[in-house]
Design a protein around this ligand. Structure first.
Ligand code: FES
Length: 96
């Protein structure tokens, strides 16, 4: 019998299409990975890099699921703060 894959509680989808990469999403990945490691959330949270999500004019685009939290057109500093709150909190209603 095959072992089941670990399903994370939260998935952070980060666009690394050219416009989002230009606005700092590639560096954001390193920052979020560092936070996940420091907070021992490796089994709870995963990062998925994706190509252009078709919303370039709102770049940089980041989404946290299953919270349906979409972050766009804000600074990398603000994105990092909101993503950290989302992965450290079970409920993101207060973030919106
Ligand atoms: S490059 Fe990110 S939405 Fe297009």
């Amino acid at each position: 019998m095959k072992k089941k894959p670990k399903i994370p509680e939260k998935t952070i989808i980060i666009c690394i299409g050219s416009e989002c990469r230009h606005k700092g999403n590639k560096e954001l990945i390193d920052n979020i990975k560092k936070t996940i490691k420091e907070q021992h959330l490796k089994d709870v949270c995963s990062i998925v890099k994706t190509h252009c999500m078709g919303r370039c004019k709102f770049a940089p685009i980041v989404s946290v699921q299953p919270d349906n939290l979409w972050l766009y057109d804000i600074s990398q500093k603000e994105i990092k703060i909101k993503v950290e709150k989302a992965i450290l909190s079970p409920n993101t209603d207060s973030l919106l």
